[in-house]
Unconditional design. Sequence first.
Lengths: 113, 399
Amino acid sequence: MGKTRQYNIEGALLEIPLCYDELTGREIEIFPDFIENPVYTAQGHPVLFTGEDACTYGKSPDGTSCIDCGSCRFYRQTPGTLIGVCKHEQKRQIPSERRACDTAETKPYEGGI
Amino acid sequence: MEYITVQEAAKKWKISDRLVQKYCAEGRIDGIRKFGKSWGIPSSAVKPQDPRKEGGRTVSQHSRTQPEVFPGFMPLMNTPFEPGRCLDCINEMETGPRKEIAFIEYHYFSGQPEKAIQEAELYLTCPDAAYRFSACLIYAYANLSVGQIQHARYALTEIKNTLAANAEKAPCVRAIEAFVVFASSVLLHLPLPEEMPPAQEFLPLLPSGLRAFALYVQAHYLYLKEDYAKSVGIVEGTLDMGAERYPIPAIYLHLVAVMDYMSLKQTQQAQKHLLAAWEIARPDDLIEGFGEHHGLLGGMLEAVIKPGWPEDFKRIIAITYRFSAGWRKIHNPATGHEVADDLTTTEFATAMLAARGWTNQEIAAHMNISAHTVKRYISTVLQKLDIRQRQELKKYMLK
């Protein structure tokens, strides 16, 4: 298995694969599809990529609609990466509703698209 | 109006059918019309004079009513020909510098910058201003494609100095000079020089083909000002007025229409213009413009050309990589606008659309890829550019 970077995002343990980019000479994080395979924090908030299309609850800080998670006032981006947590209550899945997600640990993403 | 066939005109004027066809293609007969693949010639039309007695020009009737200036300036751009007959058209030109300049143009517009540079070098200090300007213009752009930025700068400076130094010249000469400066500034997204005369002063003085290309530059200028509706109006109007007969300007006009319609999110119209440009360009392999405009075409090459013509697409992308690297080396320091230079063409196309407010789903549908793939491109772009949000993408994209 190739190189990975690990994050603990509010109790959700993620192992993000890295891919070396020859053009820039840097390691690029390859994120899984958090919409198809949701990941939740210990409190039940979804972990999302900052560039995810905005959902129906999305609002920018000035109250207007926003285009993506990154521009939404409910989204808290984790420093040093492009993923973060959506704090909107309607998106939260309370722990009792979840099945095997309680450990919040995810399998490493294998890089397929 | 009554029309006669090419054969009838040939018999009437006692010349070959082929010569009549040539006169028609060059727009040298008043009032001709195209019926399917054949020309209709007004029965009252007069046989065109021998071009050698006209100074070797093969330009439209309109331009022949203009004062005789610079017949050797960008002759291929200024010559009508049927798609697929570009090389025949050049080969039929009288041997001499005009024909050689036409070959330089052909080599440049068909993605052969090394050849164009080699041939243009011979004319960079030519005493004939028409040949010199043509050579400088092509030399500048061809050198961008091969990464010889100093040579490109030299040619661009020569062009600008000439304009500044010739304020007393005849209006038509100034018009050609203004055309060159206008094209070289706008297409590099640089500010127009102070000496630049207003477009309405020089556009009417240009012969038809050059005027069509100048209107493409004007439309591109308006596009950069984000006045897309006006820009596309210029394109449609210019094409309606017969610019389609001049393949090189027509290709570029259609491409700027693609840029406009993509900015207006009218993808069907954009696709229509892209295919129109492709239909004109492909038979003669005039693919350079597609590579040059890749970043501004909003993923349209990936959506339309890649699936239908994968081998041509690869060649276009190779042109994009070569050209855009050189283009940025001139553009970024001159404007302070850091257009991203370490993205792949697909990443760039995706990021351009994202920067313009397209959602991942919209980009995915347009480029025939999955939304997850779009997100992967965008996350890669954000990481390469060291930015945290797609809102910041605009700073690094083309306008």
